[in-house]
Ligand binder design. Structure first.
Ligand SMILES: [Fe+2]
Length: 486
């Protein structure tokens, strides 16, 4: 047992842990290997609070049997243990044909340089001393698992005219958890590029048919592929050529002969950086989109505050078409679009004069003409927002009719976008059921009769059918929830 008396300060019940980790949507599986039950207990408690699934082993040979029968995303092991120590465990796992890509963290009270060096020699990803464990372990575990989640199964295209070099690199990259595709020259690489969309390219410089420089240049000028990290390998240390390659967007230049581990580490580093950037950019765009939607939703609220008749209407339409989308087995991304379309479908009414919008009686022909502009106004308000471009047709066309007699474009049947046809059904039903200052909302029976009647002429029959299923599921309580006439 290599436990020093005051070192393992792993507990910390009062500290808030908000660094939950997931691995592509799943809880990461972590194996803790230590002969001290106290250390295992405190470490386990910490990892459980991070959302991990934890298995325990009391020594190296127990850990090896666990790893044989279960899959782990990370192993944290002590060094000095009875039966099999941490170094031997690490070496055995790293030479295992299917378990060699599991990252291993050594957690030890020994702090000598030789121990740390030996740990990395046998393939450990990280070395944490028990005196620093409380401080370091969560951040390190999160870092390793995030990287694993980002890199696992990523595809690298290896381009080299030497089959022995291709095989050597392929073996090393596969061992690190990458998928690998191989090309003999730049021309073949370009063909594979279109077919497989790799996440990274590792290419030789001097090759027949199309060399590395030409390949890099071609990729650099193709907007579909120019973002893929490109690592060039060559025995040629020519600075002018290197500069040219960097101008063409190469991420790194490895001068042969290089250590194969160096290539793997470079590939991992570039992919980590690349994907972190992509992820951050995606997060930024998503938060920008949410902000925009929040501002637009407040416009809808402003509209509803003004026009009491439409209050709650957008929410009801959104709720109904979300349920329709679920009934149609749409995925969560599509459902989010459906929700936004429901909330915003009448946004354009904000641009309609109050004397028309708020008129407490039926509209005359001229007033109708103006009110009918609201789908176009709504589409125009949203048109500068690139991320909502696929929703805009649903806003513009939610008053089209299947027989072509709707507005604003008079589209017919299948020309009307599906989302617009879905909105039309929920919109029609909700409008019928809701009270107006000059008339009471229709009963469920009456509204359903009108809906049946409108199938095939005004409304899409498939959408009506799905809507009826949704309505049935909602039952009677929906009337009160949606503010419909009882
Ligand atoms: Fe409308």
């Amino acid at each position: 047992m290599d436990l020093v008396p005051h070192a393992p300060q792993l507990t910390g019940d009062t500290e808030e842990v908000n660094d939950k980790i997931t691995l592509v949507g799943e809880a990461p599986r972590i194996l803790i290997v230590d002969d001290s039950p106290t250390i295992r207990y405190t470490l386990k408690k910490d990892l459980l609070r991070m959302g991990a699934v934890v298995t325990e082993a009391a020594n190296g040979s127990e850990a090896l049997s666990c790893a044989e029968t279960q899959d782990f995303d990370l192993i944290i092991t002590d060094l000095e243990m009875p039966q099999m120590d941490g170094f031997t465990l690490c070496a055995r796992l790293k030479s295992h044909p299917t378990k060699n890509s599991i990252p291993i963290v050594i957690l030890s009270s020994r702090e000598t340089e030789i121990d740390i060096e030996n740990a990395f020699k046998v393939g450990a990803s990280n070395y944490i001393t028990k005196s620093n464990a409380r401080k370091d372990i969560r951040a390190r575990v999160k870092e390793i698992l995030d990287k694993r989640s980002l890199l696992n199964g990523r595809t690298v295209l290896v381009v080299d005219d030497s089959s022995s070099i291709r095989n050597l690199i392929e073996k090393a990259l596969r061992k690190a958890g990458f998928q690998v595709i191989l090309a003999e020259n730049g021309k073949m690489a370009l063909e594979l590029l279109a077919r497989y969309s790799p996440d990274m390219i590792v290419s030789d410089l001097h090759m027949p048919v199309l060399d590395g420089l030409e390949l890099c240049k071609t990729i650099h000028h193709n907007s579909d592929f120019s973002q893929i990290p490109f690592i060039i390998m060559s025995s040629d240390g020519d600075r002018a050529k290197m500069r040219q390659l960097l101008e063409y967007g190469a991420s790194a230049y490895l001068v042969k002969p290089f250590n194969i581990e160096q290539l793997v580490v470079t590939a991992e580093r570039f992919l980590s950086d690349h994907f972190s950037r992509v992820l951050n950019e995606r997060k930024r765009l998503e938060s920008e989109r949410q902000l925009l939607i929040a501002s637009i939703t407040s416009l809808v609220l402003a509209l509803e505050a003004k026009d009491l008749c439409t209050r709650g209407h957008s929410d009801a339409v959104a709720a109904l078409i979300i349920d329709m989308a679920r009934e149609m087995s749409m995925d969560e991304d599509q459902i989010e679009r459906v929700r936004i379309a429901g909330k915003l479908h009448d946004l354009g009414k904000i641009g309609i004069r109050d004397d028309i919008l708020l008129k407490p009686g039926p509209l005359n022909e001229e007033e109708w003409k103006i009110l009918k502009l609201h789908p176009i106004i709504g589409a125009e308000i949203l048109s500068p927002i690139q991320s909502l471009s696929d929703i805009i047709p649903a806003i513009r066309n939610h008053h089209e009719r299947l027989d072509g007699k709707g507005y604003p474009e008079g589209l017919k049947g299948g020309q009307i976008p599906l989302l617009a046809r879905m909105v039309a059904v929920a919109d029609t039903y909700d409008a019928l059921r809701r009270d107006r200052p000059y008339r009471k909302g229709r009963s469920e029976e009456d509204a359903l009769a009108i809906l049946y009647e409108a199938q095939g002429t005004q409304l899409c029959p498939e959408c009506v059918e799905i809507f009826l299923k949704v309505l049935e599921k909602h039952g009677l309580e929906s009337a009160a929830a949606f503010g419909w006439s009882m």
